[in-house]
Design a protein around this ligand. Structure first.
Ligand code: ADP
Length: 271
């Protein structure tokens, strides 16, 4: 059983309009991290909305942890799929961190006695347990996203989706969020999908799925992907700065591969 399965999914927003997704098929296993990348308008957010039933496929099938996505199963699907979006301020509803994490639990009818345990344990997982009574609005961008992730973890999902969830953070904040979510997803064997337009953000993922104009352009591992600089630029994606730097040095006659430094290790150190 896959954590997430898309089977020949096509989607259009209105009849008579062109399809914005065409024949999209992929799987994510439990414990696996798939990054989805593509230029603006390539269909990434539409995929995210299809995964928690904000939209339904026009054609094809989506199965989450063995449960087919349809109107009947929508609430079960939303319990399985935790979503974190770009702007944490739009996601806060509580006046304290505790109330905020509690909100999703109340909505899903979790008994009061169980709620506090779940709140504490999910805040511990993102290392925000000391902020229980803080006001969400006063936290830093990275802390806000960690609370949003705790809110998602509290509902015990099998899958977590981050839709451009690091886009508003500085590089350190981004790394912190990706490290946090990676740690939790590996420990709990969750399926993880991160959606981004920034190639720097996909380097730690197990696999990358590249979208281009509503279709899957390729699915590969991050290190293979960044080698395809010219092709990537043709579909509107910039390779990570460190890769550009390495190429620029080669053009200057400095080939890192021939230096006593290990190229791969250097890239690892930079990421
Ligand atoms: P991305 O997240 O990669 O930027 P989207 O999934 O948001 O891409 O958009 C894919 C395509 O669907 C774009 O052409 C966009 O204009 C179109 N689209 C997005 N939302 C709507 C909508 N609500 N109604 C009609 N078309 C939409």
């Amino acid at each position: 059983m896959h954590a997430i399965e898309f089977k020949n999914v096509s989607f259009r927003y209105e009849e008579e309009q062109p399809y914005v997704l065409r024949n999209v098929s992929f799987q994510v296993e439990a414990g696996e991290w798939l990054a989805i990348i593509g230029h603006n308008g390539s269909g990434k957010s539409t995929i995210a909305k299809l995964m928690n039933g904000l939209l339904f496929p026009t054609e094809g099938e989506i199965i989450i942890n063995g449960i087919p996505l349809n109107e009947e199963n929508i609430w079960e699907i939303r319990r399985q799929v935790g979503m974190v979006f770009q702007n944490p301020d739009n996601q806060f509803v509580g006046t304290t961190v505790r109330d905020d994490v509690a909100f999703g639990l109340e909505n899903r009818g979790v008994p009061r006695a169980e709620m506090m345990d779940r709140i504490t344990s999910s805040l511990e997982q993102v290392r925000m347990q000391d902020y229980l009574l803080h006001e969400p609005y006063r936290l830093s961008g990275g802390q806000k996203q960690r609370v949003a992730i705790a809110g998602v973890l509290a509902i015990s999902p099998s899958v977590i989706i981050l839709d451009e969830a690091t886009a508003m953070l500085d590089p350190l904040g981004r790394k912190e969020i990706l490290d946090t979510v990676h740690r939790v997803q590996a420990a709990q064997q969750l399926g993880l999908i991160t959606i981004t337009h920034d190639l720097n953000e996909v380097m730690q993922a197990h696999r990358v799925l590249v979208m281009n104009d509503g279709e899957i352009w390729t699915t590969t591992v991050p290190r293979e992907l960044v080698k395809r600089q010219t092709e990537l630029q043709q579909i509107g994606l910039d390779v990570p700065f460190v890769t550009q730097l390495a190429h620029a040095l080669v053009r200057q006659g400095i080939n890192l591969a021939e230096q006593p430094i290990d190229h791969e290790e250097l890239l690892d150190a930079l990421w």
